[in-house]
Ligand binder design. Sequence first.
Ligand SMILES: Cc1ncc(COP(=O)(O)O)c(C=O)c1O
Length: 363
Amino acid sequence: MSLVPPNIAALTPYVPGKPIEEVEREYGISHVAKLASNENALGPSPRAVAAAREACGKAHLYPDGSAYVLRRALAEKLRVSPEEVVLGHGSNELIELLVRTFICPGEEVLTSAQTFVCYRLAAQAHGCACVEAPMKDRAYDLDAIAARLSPRTKLVFLANPDNPTGTWFGAAALERFLARVPPSVLVVLDEAYVEFADAPGFLDGVEVYRRHPNVVALRTFSKAYGLAGLRIGYGVASPEVVGWLDRVRAPFNTSLVAQEAAVAALADAAHLEASLALARAGRPFLAEGLAALGGQVLPSQANFVFVDFPGRNGGQDFEALLRRGVVVRPMAGYGFPSAQRITVGLRAENEKCLAAVREVLGK
Ligand SMILES: Cc1ncc(COP(=O)(O)O)c(C=O)c1O
């Protein structure tokens, strides 16, 4: 008899970006540029670090399970009520929580193929089907997703901008899509990278939620706010949806340190602006540099670029870049065997990355 049910036995573990220490140990190198996990190259806000330090002095206490202060701060910023805000141990926890809370036996998750893998992993861990519509031109095809809506569909996950491609869809396309979705189906707009977007009129999931109460907007402190290591993210949804999620989540799912750091990070507009400016300037720098080396670069609104070098072995290129102290994310696991996803880093890191790519390509 198997120790675990078949859906658990079929799980393949999530493969994270290689930690810097591991690369340095394995390859005997130092000064590694980690451009693999879409973290904030500037680091956390100094104000968030100070708040986290101070919070450590209260580490013997349980956190406020309702995260009163942080929920109020987010509600005020987003012009919603605190009852419309739910917090998670990273937005990743909220993805899993949505599946566990709302999927009844026989119901399905629906998303795009080749998108953020955690939607499928969450569905699989829960033992429900994850239906995936093919991409079109390496971007979400909302018509193809809509065509796969069925009476069994309960949750739709849409990443905007998408990870790993960085591509995005607009407000008009989403409205057409939502018109085809029954109100009993929850549509999750995963906006982990939305702060980095600067295309005019870029879709705002919280605004969409105001018009469509079956929409859930997910955001995170891991990217633009530089707090990935503290694990804190949030969702904006109807009080009913938030109420159910709050019942299912662990009572103290976000730590006291993370809550207080997040409040301080929200108040540090200057650090956020600097983080966004860095990513928005580095994005075209990397994209143009990679294109000049023959890469096919997708348009991106996130803090990373997706580049394909058709005909090359992406796994070998990844290894060759590692040996040169540059950690990127190979895309074979997403069905893009010759592509890499590269996080926008500091200017010197971006330059180091381009120099390493040039060397690996023998140019
Ligand atoms: C699209 C997307 N959603 C959600 C997450 C989860 O982020 P976190 O759990 O750190 O908030 C990520 C992280 O890479 C992501 O790329």
